[in-house]
Design a protein. Structure first.
Length: 338
């Protein structure tokens, strides 16, 4: 049965759903596996979009309901998430304060001036460059930014990293499950395997909850991009179970429903390895589809390796969920110099 989340939770419509699905024919021919893409990267007109827009629709409605005037969030200097928060704030006529921590040691003087942070600044966000180290824990830098807004007389709305560890953080990708089921019905088949990048947890966690309500036998694999599979698994599991409870999924979320593959995370969060760069080039040159070194290049590297290793059954249909991120490519230009 559909979850019917639109009728149950307030939502601010910010994108063009459903995001399209289409076959990646040349990549499929190369790999010998039928690969499709679901394009959350192109479904929004807000600052190049991405997966966080799908999540922020529900948080934005909550912020407006509470009468908040400032969105306050946190991410890496080159965070896709904070760029999308800035876009949503601009769309809603709200102020935006972004804590941009250093989660990635990338050796390029342009890293802090181009890509996502440039776009956030163009949209009027105030960017606070302080703090370091990736973690799903609540950061003191973020709580301090919230307090600053309050002291200035504003009413902040707190959006955690990735819009993830929030009571409504999993709704967007639980809704994604219903959306995908309708597209599969139109196509006349159910995908055998769904591949997604995973990090702060609510993208995969929402999918886990939504797919658990459907019982299709679909396999969901999260490609860890945090370079800390234990932390990722903990975050995804927590959000999946909280979301399932929130939306009334009666079938329990089991440990085996949360599949995290840590083979393709590279040397650290935000740092690509040779396989990531090769995967980015492959998707670009075969399909004209741009992926990034932080998330989508790693999940694409995982998909390619699994296909080449024979990890998909013969005749399987594999769905690659494209979560966005291409605006960061300019910040990593020197990775493609060779």
């Amino acid at each position: 049965m559909p979850l019917d989340l639109d009728a149950r939770f307030p939502r601010e419509h910010l994108a063009f759903w459903p995001s399209p699905i289409h076959p990646l024919k040349r990549l499929s021919d190369r790999l010998g596996v039928e690969v499709w893409a679901k394009r959350d990267d192109i479904a929004s007109g807000l600052a190049f979009g991405g997966n966080k827009i799908r999540k922020l629709e529900w948080l934005a409605a909550d912020a407006l309901r509470q009468g908040c005037d400032t969105l306050v969030s946190i991410g890496n200097i080159q965070s896709n998430h904070t760029r999308q928060v800035a876009a949503v704030a601009a769309r809603l006529g709200m102020r935006c304060r972004l804590v941009q921590e250093e989660w990635t040691k990338w050796d390029d003087p342009a890293y802090g001036t181009v890509g996502n942070i440039l776009l956030s600044r163009l949209m009027g966000a105030e960017t606070l460059l302080e703090g370091e180290g990736y973690s799903t824990a609540v950061k003191e830098t973020w709580t301090r930014a919230l307090d600053q807004v309050r002291r200035e007389g504003g009413k902040p709305y707190a959006i955690p990293a990735g819009a993830s560890d929030h009571p409504l953080g999993g709704l967007g990708y639980a809704h994604f499950a219903d959306e995908l089921a309708l597209q599969e019905k139109d196509q006349g088949f159910v995908f055998d395997t769904v591949i997604t990048a995973t990090c702060t947890g609510s993208t995969q966690g929402g999918m886990v909850a939504g797919f658990r309500a459907q019982d299709t036998g679909r396999r969901l694999i999260g490609i860890d991009t945090a370079c800390d599979a234990a932390m990722t698994r903990k975050a995804v599991t927590k959000i999946a179970r909280a979301t399932a409870e929130l939306i009334g999924v009666t079938r329990a979320i089991r440990d085996e429903d949360v599949v995290i593959d840590d083979r393709f995370a590279g040397p650290d969060y935000g740092l690509p390895d040779d396989a990531t760069i090769a995967a980015i080039r492959t998707a670009a040159r075969l399909e004209g589809m741009l992926t990034d070194p932080v998330y989508e290049g790693k999940s694409m590297a995982g998909l390619i390796a699994m296909a080449e290793n024979g990890e998909f059954a013969k005749g399987a249909r594999v769905l690659y969920v494209h979560l966005g991120g291409a605006p960061v490519l300019s910040a990593y230009h020197n990775a493609f110099a060779g």
